[in-house]
Every structure is written in C-alpha cells, then in structure tokens.
Design a binder for this molecule. Structure first.
Ligand code: HEM
Length: 405
C-alpha cells in the first residue's frame, strides 16, 4: 500500500457510493479547490481533478503509464489491447485502424449509419406514437452502435442478434461489478460468458475465414496488416472484442444522456430543432456537461511522477477525473450550466493524448445522424420518470430513459 505524500490533501470517498454517483460534481469541485491532486484514503489512490492537470497527466506517458493497467484488459478481453500499451507497440497497433477511423474516411460509412439509425428510430417512434412509454436504451440507442460495429467487423447478418446479446451482456458488467448481491454476480458471470463467446466467435469463425478470404472489414484490416506478425493471436482477438465493448455502451449511453438533457431543457431542444447547424456543438456540450467516462486509470511509473509539482509516489494508482476536469471553472464560465450556445472548447470526454478515443469520429457521426432524425421524427418528448444513474464512474450514464411523447 502506498502512503500519501505529506503535501497532498487527503479525502475519503467511495467512488462507487450510490448517492455520490447520482451527482458527484459538488464533491469533485471541492476536491479541485484543495489542490492539483488529492489522495483518496478510501481506496488508496490519487485523484487529479482540474482540466489542465488532467490533460497534462494524460499526456505525460513517461510519468503516468497505461501499460501497468494491462491486467485489467487481459481479465476483460483475454489479451492485451492498444489501450493497455505504451509506445512503440501502442503506436503500431493503433496505426492498423487509425486511418479507417479518420473523419474523412468515415464518410464512406455515412449511408450505412443513416440506414441503421433510421430503422431503430422509426420503430421506436412508431411505438411511442401508439401510446407506449418506452425505455430508450434497450429499445433504441443500444442497437445502433452495436449494429454499426457488427457491420464494420464483417459479422455475418445471421449472427447480429447473438452479437447484440453479447455486446449488451459485456456492457452490463460495468454495473454488475459494484453489486455484491447474487444478481450482481450473475450479471458479471453473464458478461464474462459473453466475452468468452465473442472471443471464440472472432477466433474460430471470423479470423479463420478472413485468413482464407480477405474482406473489406476491420478484422481483415488487422489480420492482413504487416504488424499482425508482431501480434499474438490472443492480442488480435482481444483487440477486436475490445472494439465492441469500447464503442457500444459508451455511444448508446451518450445518446441516452442527450435525450435526458434535451427533455430537461425543452428551450434548447427547440433551438436545436430550428437550427441544425448547432447539433455538433450541442453534442459536445452534452458530453462535457455529463461526461460518460468520468475516470481514466493510470499508474505513476517514475520517481519524477508529479501533478503540477506535487509528487505522486512511483507505483501509486492514479485516477484522472476527466468528468471533474470538464466542469473546471478555470476553463469554462458557469461550468455547471448546460448551454448549447457556449463557445466550443475541447473537452476531455474522449480522453486526451496518445490514448485519445480511436472511435471518436465514429461516435460523433452516429450521434449527429441520430439526433437529426430524432428532431425530425419526435421533436417533442418528455421523461416519464425520474432519472437514476448507475454506480461507478467508469461509465456514468442513466440506467434507463423512460420516454413518452
Ligand atoms: C461516446 C462514445 C465514446 C466515448 C465517450 C469514448 C471514450 C473513450 C475514452 C475516454 C478513451 C480514452 C481511454 C484512456 O485514455 O485510457 C477511449 C479510448 C478508446 N476508444 Fe472510445 N469512446 C467512445 C466511442 C468509441 C467507439 C465508437 C470506438 C470504436 C468503435 C471506440 C474505441 C476506442 C479505443 C480502441 C480506445 C483506445 C485508444 C488507445 O488506447 O489508443 N470508442 N474512448
């Protein structure tokens, strides 16, 4: 156990506490005022809270490493993925897919995304119009990124239902890991079984088939890349499985968060419906204001590891609180207010530095197409119940979004 450096203020907070997770912002604002980094006695880790220090910590890869977190990824996906690597391997592995995920390259996917979004939104709106009250997550948002990535990975259409089930079970583990009851353990078991099934499918069917006949998909792109020779089979499988996990629950929950924000602020929803050029900035503002991935884990890996001059002991676990960084009053005026008209400034919702989200352009493309269709097809909607957030800050989003027209 590392002990707190004497210059670091100490706090005591269970980051998975239910009440705290409903609205962590007032407490995180208090920590930010204490100093650039605070020590959390409850879990023996250091927490970075301001915008500038969060981004600097994420950029300082020689002082704060992701590589030491690799056991997390091996446990989750059965192998190391780019997220758990430092340079030069990180650079090489990310390079395999980075061009595909560039904004311009993704234009070739616009039609596919539009078609998938339309099918889900139309079905959802039709049911709402018939008088039903529906939870938007299982009935609309979750299927969109799942089907998009399934098509990009070249998953056979007959497997899409199974693929969605696996993806959903994998997404559920976030909640299950904070639930000590038998139900929580069952959710975790289901998630682990889903990862194993997805890994087996990718290994036995997809990779083997692609090796026999190259396709125009992400799996082929990796399997036939020169760098694949430097990767183990487990790394290739884990990387493809991770793509499913990394992109699905996040994008689905950002859509859910968008519905909540626009239901709570009908004036801003009407302004968006009237002027669609505001959509890109509005989505960034929602993501800043209600950040999905609140915490990024790192480990201090040098005797020189410091946050704004405050030393963090080598080996200590560090939580970079990007959700707190996104409400830093030094960067945004009235940071706790939701305002789609504010001057756009880069936020930390997709991370920062070399591990910045590989799929951010895809997530933005999906969100923009989807929100345009929502504003066309159901410009007026309201929440049918209060919104509750799940436990944990790894992925903080509404548990459900019950909607009615
Ligand atoms: C709203 C949706 C999304 C959010 C909020 C999100 C958030 C993030 C964040 C915060 C990171 C940084 C992790 C770190 O620094 O440790 C990250 C990395 C990553 N994301 Fe996303 N993500 C989203 C969508 C996607 C999509 C659609 C994909 C791909 C289909 C994707 C693939 C990845 C990958 C592969 C990484 C690791 C990048 C690296 O280590 O170089 N994400 N994401």
């Amino acid at each position: 156990m590392s002990s707190a450096s004497s210059t670091v203020p100490a706090v005591n907070q269970d980051l998975t506490d239910w009440d705290f997770c409903q609205d962590p912002y007032p407490e995180m604002a208090r920590w930010r005022r204490l100093g650039p980094v605070v020590y959390n006695e409850f879990a023996d880790h250091y927490m970075v809270t301001g915008y500038r220090n969060c981004s600097r910590t994420l950029a300082a890869v020689r002082k704060f490493s992701s590589q030491d977190m690799e056991e997390l990824f091996v446990r989750a996906f059965g192998g190391v993925t780019m997220e758990a690597l430092d340079s030069p391997r990180h650079h090489d592995m990310r390079g395999i897919w980075s061009e595909f995920f560039q904004r311009d390259s993704l234009e070739t996917q616009r039609e596919l995304v539009t078609e998938i979004v339309a099918a889900q939104v139309d079905r959802f709106v039709e049911r709402l119009r018939s008088g039903e009250t529906l939870d938007a997550i299982p009935n609309m948002t979750r299927a969109i990124p799942t089907l998009v990535i399934a098509r990009m990975l070249g998953i056979d259409e007959s497997m899409h239902r199974r693929f969605s089930e696996w993806s959903e079970a994998m997404g559920g583990t976030q909640e299950g890991s904070y639930d000590p009851t038998p139900e929580g353990r069952a959710v975790l078991r289901k998630g682990a079984e889903a990862t194993a099934a997805l890994n087996a499918y990718i290994a036995d069917v997809v990779i083997a088939r692609r090796k026999a006949a190259r396709g125009e998909d992400l799996v082929s792109m990796m399997v036939f890349h020169d760098y694949a020779a430097e990767m183990t089979e487990r790394e290739i499988i884990a990387s493809n499985s991770q793509l499913v996990f990394a992109g699905n629950e996040t994008t689905a929950k950002l859509m859910a968060t968008t519905l909540v924000a626009l239901a709570q602020y009908p004036d801003q929803r009407r302004a968006l419906a009237a002027d669609r050029s505001l959509i890109p900035a509005a989505i960034e503002e929602i993501h800043r204001w209600q950040t999905l991935v609140q915490v990024l884990p790192r480990r201090a890996c040098s005797d020189e590891s410091d946050v704004d001059g405050v030393r963090v002991p080598r080996g200590a676990e560090v939580k970079v609180l990007i959700g707190a960084g996104n409400r830093d009053p030094e960067r945004w005026e009235r940071p706790d207010e939701f305002d789609i008209h504010r001057e756009p400034r880069q936020h930390l919702g997709f991370g920062f530095g070399m591990h910045v989200c590989l799929g951010l352009n895809l997530a933005r493309l999906e969100l923009r197409i989807w929100l345009n269709q929502i504003l066309d097809k159901m410009p007026d909607f309201e929440l049918a119940d209060a919104i509750v957030y799940g436990r944990g800050l790894g992925l903080r989003g509404p548990k459900s979004v019950p909607l009615a027209l």
